[in-house]
Design a protein around this ligand. Structure first.
Ligand code: FMN
Length: 201
């Protein structure tokens, strides 16, 4: 049995393309093996912007934290624990205003923790999370893949690599707000089909 963590960040619930494509990937994965799905819906989790107070809670030794600090640290600890429990992770990533959803940024702000998920050495930064397969399912109204305007792909490669995840696969559903929508969805389905054969292999 493999644990698969699905992290969604769309505002659109059941109408989200990134979530629906990610669920299609999970369906296909479950056809060939038993998987347990853990969902982290960031539209529901509703993480606020990171604050100095929250970072202060992380920096305070657990046994010295106030109740407020313990509650704040538990948020980040819980999210990092979910990552650790997973055998594979799927990030469903809509493009909103030329970037990732702010909820996903707030999430990364909490899972990037010095001494916990990364550390700095003389050779540079080292990710501390155990590497595992990570799929990123992107949904976009326009076309960006392979162009300088694709701010998401390099950012996600840097961010995920920083905490230790380098086994990354990307699926792109593009042109969803254009007359090419059906074609974009068909191409993404094809990528999902291919990825389902390799992600947990
Ligand atoms: C608030 C908002 C901002 C958006 N900004 C962009 C954008 O900058 N570029 C783009 O190509 N599409 C943009 N779109 C279209 C979405 O990328 C497209 O609807 C995609 O399907 C979103 O993924 P989702 O369906 O999983 O939410 C935007 C949509 C919303 C709701």
């Amino acid at each position: 049995m493999k644990n698969v963590l699905l992290v969604t960040s769309s505002l659109l619930g059941d109408n989200s393309t990134s979530t629906n494509l990610s669920n299609a990937l999970l369906d296909k994965l479950s056809q060939s093996q038993e998987i347990k799905i853990q969902l982290r819906d960031l539209a529901e989790t509703n993480l606020p912007h990171l604050t100095q107070v929250e970072m202060g809670a992380w920096a305070t030794p657990a046994e010295e934290r106030s109740q407020e600090q313990a509650n704040l640290a538990a948020v980040s600890d819980g999210l990092i624990d979910e990552l650790k429990q997973a055998d594979a992770i799927i990030f469903a990533v809509p493009m909103y205003n030329f970037g990732i959803p702010s909820s996903l940024k707030a999430y990364f702000d909490r899972v990037a923790r010095a001494g916990v998920t990364f550390k700095y050495t003389e050779q540079g930064s080292v990710g501390l999370l155990e590497s595992k397969p990570v799929a990123v399912v992107c949904a976009r109204g326009g076309f960006y893949q392979g162009t300088d305007a694709d701010s998401q792909t390099p950012y996600l490669k840097s961010m995920l690599g920083f905490i230790g995840y380098n086994q990354l696969s990307f699926v792109f559903a593009e042109g969803l707000a254009t007359p090419e929508r059906d074609n974009g969805l068909a191409k993404a389905q094809e990528q999902i089909e291919n990825l389902s054969k390799t992600l947990l292999a």
